[in-house]
Design a protein around this ligand. Sequence first.
Ligand SMILES: Cc1cc2nc3c(=O)[nH]c(=O)nc-3n(C[C@H](O)[C@H](O)[C@H](O)COP(=O)(O)O)c2cc1C
Length: 256
Amino acid sequence: MKLYPIYFSPTGGTKQVAQIISQTWNWESETIDLLPPGDNAYHFAFTPEDLCIVAVPSFGGRVPAIAAERLRQMQGGRAAAILVTVYGNRAFEDTLVELADILSDAGFSPVAAISAVAQHSIFPQFAQNRPDDTDQAELTCFAQQIRSSLERHTPLDAPPVPGNRPYKTYHTIPMNPVGHNCSSCGICARECPVQAIPADQPDKVKKDLCISCMHCVSACPQHTRKLDKLLLTAAGLKMKSKCGGRKENQLFSIPV
Ligand SMILES: Cc1cc2nc3c(=O)[nH]c(=O)nc-3n(C[C@H](O)[C@H](O)[C@H](O)COP(=O)(O)O)c2cc1C
């Protein structure tokens, strides 16, 4: 029996949530980080004895395409999978239903799903500093409920998750960070999950490749990589009504 926390977490919120949930299982564990670039680097195979906690952020109410591509390389081998989506206090729409489909097609057995809120990676004024202590307690409680269900009933049926098929259309966000007074250390270019930053000009961005995930902004040791301030302020004001209030974490599982 082995635990696999598997996550795509450009700015760390999804990783935090995956770690909180994972702590409930005191098993041997191996983390799979879906962020590093590399074609065909994700050919992992699992067994029915494994438990995978698969966590992705919601991008435009969908699973980020690059995370989907990497998950599709895996062989689920009927491993139990807890589906997790983490969103920035707007909505996660079709993310869980898409994640359930991707994992079922790859041979995993989805057993429960969680939606959780974390600080918005583009607009940090929304869900600021979440997950907080309340989230931590709530997510731990969800994980304990799933653990008890799994101990009593193996295998569990697939959980009903909210969302629609066909999934909503993903609209690319025209917000691409660039470097200002960049020291050209190259960390962002090496770590960009989609290789959208030229190694020889790391202050630039290949707009056609950039997925606006903000990993480069959070990875820049000098904090020189940023979005255009005016654009960010204007877009943030537009988002205000949709991202206000405190949205709650949710557990989706088969009642037992
Ligand atoms: C390109 C992009 C699209 C996003 N779309 C949504 C969205 O549709 N709904 C939402 O509530 N948050 C959205 N967010 C916010 C992220 O889902 C949220 O901040 C998440 O915690 C980011 O995960 P990370 O910290 O692991 O990078 C989006 C963020 C990015 C970068």
